[in-house]
Design a protein around this ligand. Structure first.
Ligand SMILES: Nc1ncnc2c1ncn2[C@@H]1O[C@H](COP(=O)(O)OP(=O)(O)OP(=O)(O)O)[C@@H](O)[C@H]1O
Ligand SMILES: [Mg+2]
Length: 307
């Protein structure tokens, strides 16, 4: 079952096309990251899903129903913590937002206490939000997206500007929200550690277009199998280096020219490279498939490089 289905979405601002005919879907219960450089259309996409922006073209469905008729399935947090009232306490903020959605009474009070506990905010529940730290404010803002218990949660840059500790807290909370609370999360972020650690699926935008969309595992795998590291017995000479660079392979030299990295599509190419090294009497200490992190995958996809 798809929680979110976006089909042929187009959003223009005047002549400028901010979102250019994109289609993607998010499985129920998964955490999907929407990534891309500044201005690539992430916020515009998220706002369109929430029905805050009327697209020029396209269709958006939430659990099978047009988003025009199912906004009640969604809660959202936008960049910064602007959905908070600074002069209210966390508890009052949560109560207020529950009220807007028509929730009140004893049950809501219980949910509020549970959420504050889950977010380690119980001892701050009666402190004015204005007097909380940035990370705590961010937690209150995320808690607010959960108070109405919607199936789908959209988070636009939930970890922006947080210190390491708050970042780790929020990372764990996000995992927790998806697995224990069984929610679907679509989040935008520039933090590739967050993506690598909590997301199942990834959609990458560049200039309003989708440049990649797949599971995180597949994207990592696709790149991992392509990068090899040849650890040499000693640093390669300048002469040999120039010779290798002229062969037309994409070699990278690291560690003071004692490690040779190469991206290859066909693993048989490895033998060609070994032959070349042998011919030049360049001794190999070790050959490794390089551990690839998601940041490198992302940069490659964005630069339109190897695929
Ligand atoms: N209200 C608006 N009027 C005109 N242009 C806009 C408006 N909102 C966004 N844009 C433009 O649309 C493009 C996409 O903006 P958007 O905010 O969706 O990007 P983003 O991917 O969220 O970027 P960031 O990573 O900086 O948050 C940008 O070029 C932006 O200038
Ligand atoms: Mg944005």
């Amino acid at each position: 079952m798809k929680a979110i289905e976006v089909t042929n979405l187009v959003k223009k601002y005047g002549k400028f096309t901010a979102v250019d005919n994109i289609s993607f879907s998010v499985e129920k219960g998964s955490i999907c990251a929407i990534l891309g450089p500044n201005g690539s259309g992430k916020t515009t996409t998220i706002k369109s899903i929430c029905n805050l922006i009327i697209p020029d073209k396209g269709e958006i469905k939430l659990e099978g129903k047009s988003n025009k008729k199912s906004v009640d399935k969604i809660s959202a947090l936008f960049e910064g913590t602007r959905n908070l009232y600074w002069r209210l306490t966390p508890r009052e903020n949560l109560r207020y937002f529950a009220g807007i959605r028509g929730l009140g009474g004893k049950n809501v009070e219980k949910t509020i206490d549970e959420l504050l506990e889950r977010f380690s905010l119980t001892d701050k529940r009666d402190v004015m939000v204005n007097n909380l730290s940035r990370g705590m404010q961010q937690k209150v803002a995320i808690a607010m997206t959960l108070i109405c218990n919607t199936d789908i949660v959209l988070l636009d840059e939930p970890t922006l500007g947080l210190d390491i500790e708050s970042f780790m807290d929020i990372k764990n909370l996000l995992r927790n929200i998806a697995t224990d609370m069984k929610k679907t999360i679509l989040l935008s972020t520039h933090d590739m550690n967050l993506v690598q650690d909590v997301c199942n699926d990834v959609v990458i935008l560049n200039k309003g277009k989708i440049v990649a969309q797949d599971t995180l595992v597949n994207l990592l795998e696709m790149f991992r199998s392509m990068t090899y590291e040849f650890i040499l017995v000693k640093a390669i000479s300048k002469e040999d280096k120039n010779y290798l660079l002229k062969l037309g392979y994409s070699f990278y030299f690291t560690n003071d020219d004692s490690i040779l990295e190469i991206d290859i599509v066909n693993s048989n190419k490895i033998y060609n490279i070994i032959d070349v090294l042998k011919e030049k009497q360049i001794l190999i200490k070790e050959i490794k498939q390089k551990e690839i992190n998601f940041e490198r995958v992302y940069l490659n996809l964005i630069s339109g490089g190897k695929r």
